[in-house]
Design a binder for this molecule. Structure first.
Ligand code: PMP
Length: 284
């Protein structure tokens, strides 16, 4: 696999980042994951804008313009022959010569890394036909979940707790309400109404969330942006999540309780179809 590091395309075995890189020592970095369908990038502009926002919030310099990043994404997709898969991008606050909590001087360049993940069958994922099971866990992450940082230890722990319980993912709960999934935004459906938590610093502003909600409204579905409880989700007509890597994915069990008889619902299926179809048309 060819990866990209600070201006160079290299075999993954030859790519190097300093041991003093602040991403490695302090999780001082941000990332984006963009999906690839038909060899083209899905929602690239949304990911580029959120990246810019994450960098601004952390007072970090952008090492390249959005146009340059698009070119690097395309070049990597081509070099690795990706038809369906993901492009991972990470920017960290670079590598000063030593470990120090204070941010380094402005002349220390950020570290820019990109790599691809080949995922044939991303769109035609059989799991979307059966749905996944989640457990709930307390949300103990920091208070700026709107910034897409590489601090992913608690989401990793959440996935492990889910796995230990025979499930696929965890929905995190704070003050009695679901915030989001470990790596996705959470939704329930009641009647014809799609309910998902409103945007704030409590959750990541999902790029797939924004696109799916817009498509839902265009398809005359009702959308309500508010937080919901696990109880409400367990008795909902449908539950699902969205993310760049899974698109729209039904959730059929929450803490051992089947949702709507444990079968994926029609609204999640329709949104998945609309999102994938529309994304194919406008992918870059
Ligand atoms: N919430 C969290 C915590 C995430 O990690 C992700 C995926 N990176 C999402 C939501 C979904 O965001 P997106 O649709 O932009 O992938």
């Amino acid at each position: 696999r060819t990866v990209y590091v600070n201006g160079e395309y290299l075999p993954e075995t030859e790519a190097k980042v300093s041991v003093f890189d602040r991403g490695f020592l302090f999780a001082d970095g941000v990332y984006e994951v963009t999906s690839v369908l038909d060899g083209k990038l899905v929602d690239f502009d949304g990911h580029a804008k959120r990246l810019e926002r994450s960098l601004n919030e952390l007072e970090m310099k952008a090492p390249a313009t959005s146009d340059e990043l698009l070119e690097i994404h395309r070049e990597l997709v081509a070099k690795n022959g990706i038809d369906e898969g993901l492009v991972y991008l990470q920017i960290t606050r670079g590598a000063p010569g030593d470990r120090d909590f204070a941010y380094p001087a402005a002349d220390v360049p950020p570290t820019l890394v990109l790599f691809t993940q080949n995922k044939p069958g991303l769109a035609d994922n059989p799991t979307a036909k059966t749905g996944i099971k989640v457990i709930s866990v307390p949300d103990v992450r920091w208070g700026r979940r709107d910034i897409k940082t590489v601090q992913l230890l608690y989401p990793s722990m959440g996935k492990m707790m889910a796995k230990a319980a025979g499930c696929d993912d965890a929905w995190m709960v704070e003050d009695g309400k679901v915030t989001e999934g470990t790596s996705n935004n959470a939704y329930i459906v009641k009647g014809n109404k799609i309910i998902t938590r409103e945007l704030s610093t409590d959750i990541l502003h999902g790029i797939t969330r924004a696109a799916v909600l817009q498509m839902a409204r265009e398809a005359q579905m009702e959308v309500e942006e508010r937080a919901f409880t696990i109880d409400e989700a367990q008795s909902a007509d449908e539950a699902f999540f969205t993310s760049a890597s899974a698109f729209v994915m039904p959730v059929v069990e929450i803490d051992g309780v089947p949702v709507a008889g444990g079968k994926p619902g029609p609204i999640a299926a329709r949104l998945r179809e609309i999102y994938i179809d529309e994304s194919r048309k406008v992918a870059l």
